[in-house]
Design a binder for this molecule. Structure first.
Ligand SMILES: [Zn+2]
Length: 360
């Protein structure tokens, strides 16, 4: 592999590192030091976070190296020469110089890698059990290695080329049919199907995940609790000059002596000829409360979004015990979901709300 350098030799097998590996090491260390460890183990010093993050990243690569060594050592014992192991951006690769000569050899060579990862994962998990809750760096490292190695083992057992599970599948089909070429076709095809499933899953998570994830939120979390209200007895001209133009508003709730009486929007104003704006009071142009659908802060977005779509309205007043407590708009809901998605799902509620209200 171009851009690789040798760091050593284990049992006669050269160990190479590709420069892309260093990029991943840095990225992984940063994400562990600023995300994973501070979230799971609050209270360590900054230096500890960085040191433990760096150590954990290195140990993860040692785990990947052990996974590859397992493939290589079994291959060599079965008579297949192994030149080197290269660690690169996506993990590790064993440079085995010949294809296995029988399905049994292929099966052993392939399955031993994921088994090694699972074994490391289980050992780390057992070692961290007595430390659980201690919030110690050792607990942190062991737990991280347990999670990543078990994931590594399970992921690699997915039965499609080029994963180890694909080779396991090929060896089984090869044994059953006695035909290596046919077995290769089956494993390649399964690999393609699985790759497409992963792509579809990714697309689905990207588009649906954020909305589905946010749709169970209550209206109260997304609503604007301080909506602009206007008196019912001013003229449309006053409404436009004093509220809509200076505030860049598209709608406002209309109040009469502390009571919500309706909603007025830009399109309601546009329906009245401009020369009449000075004479027509807001109360004559508004959508009265009786024709407005109101929601409560406890209702979920899954109730409210279909309501908005079905009635083609962009905003709904939020009412609690006959008193106006806010307004929820379609824009704000999508904006809120967008912010949640771009910041990740573990966004604290208050952060997203602050951003929403700044933007609203
Ligand atoms: Zn492997």
């Amino acid at each position: 592999m171009p851009g690789s350098f040798r760091i050593g030799n284990i049992a006669g097998i050269d160990i190479d590192i590709n420069v892309s590996w260093i990029i991943i090491l840095v990225l992984l260390t940063v994400s562990l030091a600023t995300g994973w460890f501070p979230q799971l183990y609050p209270g360590w010093s900054t230096a500890t976070y960085w040191l433990i993050a760096f150590l954990s990243s290195l140990l993860l690569f040692v785990s990947v190296l052990l996974h590859e060594l397992a493939h290589s050592l079994v291959a060599r014992r079965r008579g297949l020469p192994v030149k080197s192991i290269t660690l690169f951006i996506f993990g590790g690769v064993s440079n085995i110089e010949r294809e296995p000569t029988s399905p049994g050899i292929e099966f052993q060579m392939a399955v031993v890698g994921p088994l090694t990862s699972l074994l490391i994962g289980v050992i780390c998990f057992l070692l961290q059990l007595p430390l659980q809750g201690s919030n110690s760096p050792l607990e942190g490292i062991l737990f991280y290695l347990a999670v990543t190695n078990i994931l590594l083992g399970v992921f690699n057992l997915i039965p499609g080329f080029p994963l180890d599970g694909g080779r396991v599948l090929r060896s089984i089909v090869w044994r059953l049919t006695g035909n290596m070429r046919q077995a290769t076709r089956v494993a390649s095809l399964t690999g393609q199907v699985i790759a497409y499933l992963f792509i579809l899953l990714g697309i689905w998570l990207f588009f649906a995940g954020s909305i589905l994830d946010g749709i169970w939120l209550a209206v109260g979390e997304v609503m604007n609790p301080k909506p602009t209200t206007v008196p019912a007895n001013i003229s449309l001209q006053q409404l436009v000059d004093a509220y809509f133009l200076p505030g860049g508003l598209r709608y406002a709730l209309v109040m009469q002596a502390d009571h919500l009486v309706g909603l007025i929007t830009l399109s309601d104003i546009r329906h009245i000829p401009r020369e009449q704006w000075g004479q027509v009071p807001v109360s004559n142009a508004l959508i009265p409360l009786s024709r407005l659908h109101v929601v409560t802060p406890q209702q979920s977005l899954s109730d409210v979004l279909p309501l908005m779509a079905g009635r083609d309205v962009n905003q709904l007043p939020v009412v609690q015990n006959d008193a106006l407590v806010g307004i929820v708009s379609r824009d704000a809901i999508f904006h809120f979901l967008e912010i949640r998605r771009s910041l990740g799902v573990d966004t604290s509620k208050s952060d997203a709300q602050n951003q929403l209200h700044h933007a609203a």
